[in-house]
Design a protein around this ligand. Structure first.
Ligand code: THU
Length: 160
């Protein structure tokens, strides 16, 4: 038997003033786009903004009275990106939220299903997909590749 350990590296920034101009703009877009979410059930509005070489794509969570039909902001963004800019990699995605029941001062990170979807997109793009996580204010986390967020992932390699 061997004990093994997986460690992930990520960066923590105190606020937006520490980010590059490009990353700050993307995070501002993610924070602002939360207003377009349709979240009458959870009252938790998520916004995502992705930078590609063809331009910025956004996504928000879109809920449904039949709860499982709802879609997260990240996967809504990925569908849009793949449709508008087929074959184009996403360089960075920023994710933020608004919570009617509480504050938005801590980063949230994508749910498991969205991590799986983001990983596939990273693989399609052929280069690391960076992730910026933050609330409307407060500290910001940056992960240099989606793969860091999903160790032991199930990938296309398993299907071959
Ligand atoms: N949600 C997202 O849009 N992204 C996530 O990564 C986590 C959760 C949405 C789904 C649902 O509409 C609401 O947030 C509460 O779970």
């Amino acid at each position: 038997m061997k004990e093994k350990k997986i460690e992930i590296e990520y960066q923590v920034y105190q606020d937006m003033s520490e980010l590059s101009k490009e990353d700050a703009e993307l995070l501002t877009t993610a924070r602002t786009i939360t207003k377009q979410a349709y979240a009458p059930y959870s009252r938790f509005r998520v916004g995502a903004a992705a930078r590609t070489e063809k331009g910025v794509v956004t996504g928000t969570n879109q809920e449904n009275a039949s709860f499982p039909v709802g879609i997260c902001a990240e996967r809504s963004l990925l569908s849009t990106a793949a449709t508008l800019f087929p074959g184009i990699a996403i360089d960075t995605i920023a994710i933020s939220y608004d919570n009617e029941k509480g504050e938005s001062i801590h980063p949230i990170s994508p749910c498991g299903m969205c991590r799986q979807a983001l990983l596939e997109y990273e693989s399609r793009g052929g280069k690391p997909l960076r992730v910026i996580l933050s609330g409307q204010s407060g500290e910001i986390i940056i992960v240099e590749s989606v793969s860091k967020l999903l160790p032991f992932a199930f990938t296309d390699k398993e299907l071959s």
